[in-house]
Write a protein that binds this ligand. Structure first.
Ligand code: FAD
Length: 415
């Protein structure tokens, strides 16, 4: 029995079958090739930040939760030095902007405040926290050597994370006062507005993707000489089969497709930034850098060729003050979710949780950071950490959609 997910998705003029075809045949192979490159495989992350919300127990201690950080010489010199130079450049640039913009007779205190405003402006556009790349606790991790898969992290600790995400930060739809369908017809309603519902669906889609990965790369056997990872059909069914989940499984899979559409649309909107001559995927190996930029542009053009894109202008539309307030609510809720990732006790889950929330946060920044009233100076910019997170995040969702196809085939064989 295959979890039924087919046909048109809510809120989008797009159907599951078109996404399956587009992803599995076109996008997935291109993404996989890009994610093998040095630029995208090395991700700098601080896995040692304390949980800001509660005193978490010790780390879970599961063997498969271990993350192996890179030793410095494993990461291309260009990537490391670029990160260091950026820090010095940013520092210089902040100083000159602050000084250039004000009367030199201003006190040091005022200049300091202006410097902080500049920083604040950039942060005000973000939907998630980025780890300080130069913080001594941040380390490079080779994502290919630390794949997202079954770790055994479960029980009250894992539940506490999901519960606090859904109950406290996710505008969970149980607060809806009346059914909201079709969403487009009413826009905002007495119960829950389209934007908050969309936000819930993104988080649920991310949760579904994690569940697919752990089912697709399940620990099948654990002998002293070998561990074997592969698809576990009954694990997959227990999470997504309609009967076993009281109808929730297929809805969660639909949320996964919705998340795919949002991240795909963000890729397209990143195209003008990446196209600029000065935008480089710098690793210090000029030929490789050039080839990677071509590959990335090719991926973004492929993303643009998808005919049924989500229309993001339907969100945060209407009265500008109300829309700005709503956007701020959503931004802060997402910011909180990115902080909760520091409470995940399994390091491997924390790594991929942080990366995927940063990727989704970057997608939301790309789609929603500009208001019609934004000055031209607040043009979209992306740093390496954001780009690496975004491309890896859509890489995860694209892989989940591909894995679904595999599960469909395995389930068909079973019956
Ligand atoms: P859970 O997946 O823990 O779900 C808890 C409850 O949330 C469910 O009972 C259901 O009511 C609801 N729910 C479930 N799915 C959805 C959905 N898609 N939308 C809305 N509601 C839903 N485990 C690994 O093996 N590998 C990993 O890489 C990994 N990464 C993780 C990353 C994070 C950030 C977290 C919090 C956990 C991670 N885990 C990982 C653990 C994994 O997500 C589950 O918590 C664990 O497998 C236990 O599953 P469960 O069946 O108890 O239900």
């Amino acid at each position: 029995v295959c979890p039924q997910v087919s046909g048109e998705l809510d809120d989008c003029h797009c159907d599951v079958e078109s996404i399956d075809r587009f992803n599995n045949e076109l996008l997935f192979p291109k993404l996989q090739a890009l994610l093998q490159t040095d630029y995208f495989r090395f991700y700098k992350v601080n896995l040692n930040k304390p949980c800001p919300f509660w005193t978490s127990g010790s780390h879970c201690g599961l063997r498969d939760c271990t993350v192996k950080p890179c030793s410095p010489n494993e990461v291309p010199e260009g990537i490391r030095t670029e990160a260091r130079n950026k820090v010095t450049e940013l520092d210089k640039c902040e100083k000159s902007e602050a000084l250039g913009a004000v009367d030199v007779s201003l006190s040091d205190e005022t200049r300091e405040a202006l410097k902080n405003w500049t920083k604040h402006d950039d942060e005000a556009q973000r939907f998630c926290l980025l780890d300080d790349e130069w913080c001594p606790d941040s380390q490079y991790v080779d994502l290919l050597l630390n794949p997202e898969r079954f770790t055994g992290y479960k029980g009250p600790e894992a539940w506490k994370i999901w519960t606090s995400i859904y109950e406290e930060n996710c505008f969970k739809p149980f607060t809806v006062k009346r059914p909201l369908s079709p969403l487009y017809s009413s826009g905002r309603s007495e119960g829950q507005c389209v934007e908050k519902r969309a936000f819930y669906r993104l988080i649920s889609g991310l949760h579904a993707s994690i569940s697919i990965h752990l089912s697709a790369r399940y620990l099948l056997s654990d002998e002293w000489f070998e561990k074997r990872w592969g698809p576990n059909v009954s694990e997959f069914r227990s999470r997504f089969d309609s009967e076993l989940t009281q109808g929730e499984g297929p809805k969660r899979l639909r949320n996964l497709y919705f998340l795919f559409l949002i991240e795909l649309r963000a890729l397209v909107k990143a195209l003008p930034v990446v196209k600029e001559g000065s935008f480089k995927l710098f690793t210090g190996q000029p030929q490789e850098d050039c080839r990677n930029k071509e590959r990335l542009l090719d991926l973004l053009h492929t993303a643009r060729s998808f005919p049924l894109h989500f229309n993001e202008t339907s969100l945060f539309a209407g009265d500008e003050t109300e829309a700005a307030k709503l956007k701020e609510d959503v931004r802060l809720a997402f910011m909180n979710i990115s902080r909760i990732m520091d409470c995940v006790e399994c390091f491997k889950c924390r790594l991929w949780g942080k990366l995927q929330t940063q990727g989704l946060g970057t997608a939301l920044k790309i789609l929603f950071s500009e208001l019609p009233s934004s000055p031209p100076s607040s043009r979209l910019t992306l740093n390496r950490q954001e780009l690496v997170a975004l491309v890896n995040a859509i890489g995860r969702i694209s892989t989940s959609i591909k894995e679904l196809q595999n599960f469909r085939e395995l389930l068909a064989e079973d019956t």
